[in-house]
Design a protein around this ligand. Structure first.
Ligand SMILES: Nc1ncnc2c1ncn2[C@@H]1O[C@H](COP(=O)(O)OP(=O)(O)OP(=O)(O)O)[C@@H](O)[C@H]1O
Length: 282
């Protein structure tokens, strides 16, 4: 079942000359994780804003074509209702926190409070999420005093508490160290296992290779390549689109050049290991 359909969509920000998105078409299925990649300025964040209805509900400008969210034209969605349907994680963990709550517990509860959830149910829900994400040590802390990685985990906790069906995640780890990045991706994995539909913008293609079902490559506001993660991330044309190939794909091509090719182009470390094991017979 499709959860979002994008049909012939172009979009131009107000007071700008060119279109930031051009003639986009895509059918997004429920429950899949979509990796969105492309060079800087290719339109990834704008595309996220389209998928979560901020275009046209918040951003003015010129929108042509149609976006259907669960079969309803985005223009006909109530924007408050849309924000309960679609969660959003920002790139910058420091803008993610509301700044108005004094404890992590209250911060996670904020969205539920705004929904008018009854107090007892709200407390149960927050405790459930805190346990799930192992945030027990943080709940009494002031969210403003957390590290970037901790803030990002709290942001995910707030989203999980809201139980949004669709989650748009825009470069969640660009400002995080490897340890915090790994923690965030284990949460993304958890959301995948819960059957959420996920849109993930991420420059680290090795992570896109691990976690996405399909990949969309944007260049100058257009979809230049799309399809299964295996198909897209093993395509050398990516390099011309300003995107790196995963390390495993580069290694596979290097082995090909050295006449020691693997059975197929691997895109993840575990695929490389598996193929080498088969070759040496272990
Ligand atoms: N609010 C805005 N008003 C006008 N133009 C904008 C606005 N936001 C983005 N743009 C323009 O739209 C184009 C696409 O920008 P966008 O931020 O979507 O790209 P991106 O791929 O997310 O870039 P990055 O990887 O640097 O975050 C760029 O030319 C950018 O200058």
């Amino acid at each position: 079942m499709n959860c979002i359909s994008v049909k012939n969509v172009s979009y131009k920000y107000p007071y700008t000359e060119g279109f930031a998105l051009k003639e986009l078409n895509y059918e997004f299925e429920k429950g899949k994780c979509y990796g969105i990649i492309g060079a800087n300025g290719s339109g990834k964040t704008t595309f996220c804003n389209l998928l979560r209805g901020m275009i046209p509900h918040f951003f003015e400008g010129e929108l042509t074509g149609d976006v259907f969210i669960e079969e309803t034209d985005v223009r006909n969605w109530d924007s408050n209702l849309l924000s309960t349907k679609i969660g959003y994680i920002f790139q910058n963990p420091f803008t993610q926190i509301s700044g108005i709550k004094e404890t992590v517990f209250e911060e996670i509860a904020l969205g539920l409070e705004n929904l008018g959830m009854e107090k007892e149910a709200l407390i149960d829900r927050v405790i459930e999420v805190v346990k799930l994400l192992k945030l027990e040590q943080l709940i009494k802390k002031n969210p403003n005093n957390l590290s970037g990685g901790q803030k990002q985990r709290v942001a995910f906790a707030s989203i999980i508490a809201m139980n949004n069906d669709i989650i748009v995640i825009d470069e969640p780890t660009s400002q995080l160290d490897p340890e915090s990045t790994a923690e965030i991706f284990s949460i993304i994995n958890l959301l995948r296992n819960q059957g959420k539909t996920i849109f993930l913008v991420e420059h680290k293609v090795d992570l896109i290779a691990e976690y996405s079902d399909e990949v969309i490559v944007l260049k100058d506001g257009q979809i230049t390549l799309s399809g299964s993660t295996q198909e897209v991330l093993s395509n050398m044309d990516l390099l011309q689109m300003g995107v790196m190939l995963p390390q495993a794909s580069m290694l596979s091509y290097d082995m090909q050049k050295a006449n020691k090719q693997l059975d197929s182009i691997a895109i993840t470390k575990s695929q490389v290991i598996e193929q080498i094991k088969q070759r040496v017979g272990v």
